[in-house]
Ligand binder design. Structure first.
Ligand code: CS2
Ligand code: MG
Length: 405
């Protein structure tokens, strides 16, 4: 099965996505997601200029060898641009192997460990009341786990709050330059525990609750938050601090039993090695699109399992349906599965451009048995929605200091 061509697409069917299509002499093609939010075109250039010429003529069955070739062969190891590019190729090769054997990717990984995939949804609002109303709506839709984010009183805008937007898939068009958002740790720490207190008062203890700090605290501040949230027993507290220095998490761990999750920006097992070995985290949030595709995610999960760390792949609106499908196959197989983040399937434009093998029902995703990843990409339709340059926000303190967004 020789690779005859590789096409790379950047489109914006409401959100920007980079899609890799590997064509072969069998007539079959494979699809991969290589979307890196806010830096999409760097990955497009990497794939077009540096990867494509090396792969034409290679055997598409050699997934492992191609992974090693692109990783070791670059010499410049790791980094989000390189790894997102490799991830897109890797997914497309697994998709191809599935198609040529007639098997869904989860079968190639070792078969299903579960019949359905537990997800957590997002509830947010401009006030505690609004956030809790939205939580109630998700509970009515069958969600068993929900992440709560709320506008912080006294701050103009807050991470994870949609404000006047209908959903996450409406956000893309309005960011020709990075918007600036304010941050104030004191206001945040004084407020967040009351959100969870009221959530438990209103909805009891059956629903799993989560929260994303989005890396805005120092280790000892995060420890204080973890302790304050203990009575509300979160499934996990996410990204309490940035994890460039992995030993930061030991500080938090030493002070609180609130479970910790991190990893959405990781692009290698090396980003998580110490966190896992020291048992400083409970859930690993790396994503197939940003962490080396299915080949690397499988290895990370196996390593994490030794330390009873479970997987909880990042599932934002800036990963394409192809990336989400890759997660679904991994989630169906992985023995140490935790939970999958799920924010919906996007709007009409997305569903015309991408088809996928997933169905949501009562708090779970169900994966069908289509061969490969079970996805398709309509390039004709996608060409109607050209890529739009768009940035993530940046964050500043009241005095203007740039802080972590
Ligand atoms: C996130 C994302 O889903 C999450 O937990 O932290 O919203 C993240 O900010 C975006 O994916 C960045 O592109
Ligand atoms: Mg997050």
């Amino acid at each position: 099965m020789k690779i005859t061509d590789i096409q790379i697409y950047a489109n914006c069917p409401d959100r920007n996505f980079v899609t890799v299509k590997i064509k072969t002499d069998t007539g079959l093609y494979g699809l991969g997601d290589a979307t890196l939010n806010g830096r999409e075109m760097a990955v497009v250039a990497y794939l077009t200029e540096h990867i494509k010429p090396c792969l034409i003529g290679k055997d598409a069955h050699q997934i492992e060898d191609i992974w090693q070739y692109l990783y070791k062969g670059a010499y410049w190891r790791r980094g989000p641009i390189t790894i997102t590019a490799i991830s897109g190729i890797d997914m497309a090769l697994w998709d191809l192997k599935g198609k040529v054997t007639g098997l869904p990717v989860y079968q190639l990984l070792g078969g299903k460990s579960r019949s359905k995939i537990k997800v957590y949804g997002h509830a947010n609002g401009n006030s505690i009341e609004e956030t809790l109303t939205n939580l109630g709506k998700l509970i009515d839709q069958g969600y068993k786990a929900v992440r709560l984010q709320c506008a912080i009183p006294g701050l103009d805008s807050s991470y994870g709050v949609l404000s006047d937007k209908k959903d996450y898939f409406e956000l893309q068009s309005s960011r020709p330059l990075p918007p600036e958002q304010p941050w104030d740790t004191l206001k945040y720490l004084n407020f967040i525990p009351s959100l969870f207190q009221k959530a438990r008062e209103k909805y009891g203890n059956e629903i799993e609750l989560l929260h994303d700090v989005h890396s805005r605290l120092t280790p000892i501040e995060a420890a204080r938050l973890g302790k304050a949230l203990e009575p509300y027993h979160l499934l996990f507290l996410e990204d309490a601090v940035t994890a460039e220095n992995q030993s930061n998490y030991q500080v938090i761990r030493n002070h609180t039993t609130t479970p910790l999750a991190v990893g959405e920006t990781f692009n290698s097992i090396w980003d998580a090695k110490e966190l896992i070995e020291t048992q400083s985290i409970d859930f690993l949030r790396s994503a197939a699109t940003h962490s080396g595709g299915i080949t690397a995610m499988r290895r990370q999960a196996d390593f994490a399992s030794i330390y009873k760390v479970r997987t909880a792949p990042h599932g934002p609106p800036d990963i394409s349906p192809i990336g989400h499908a890759a997660h679904a196959h991994l989630n169906a197989w992985v023995p140490n599965f935790g939970i999958q983040e799920f924010v919906g399937f996007g709007g009409q434009k997305m569903s015309k451009v991408f088809s996928h093998p997933l169905r949501y029902e009562e708090g779970y995703l169900h994966l069908n048995d289509a061969p490969g990843l079970g996805v398709d990409f309509d390039e004709q339709e996608a060409s109607k929605y050209p890529y739009k340059r768009s940035y993530l926000p940046v964050s500043r303190l009241e005095d203007g200091t740039l802080s972590d967004w």
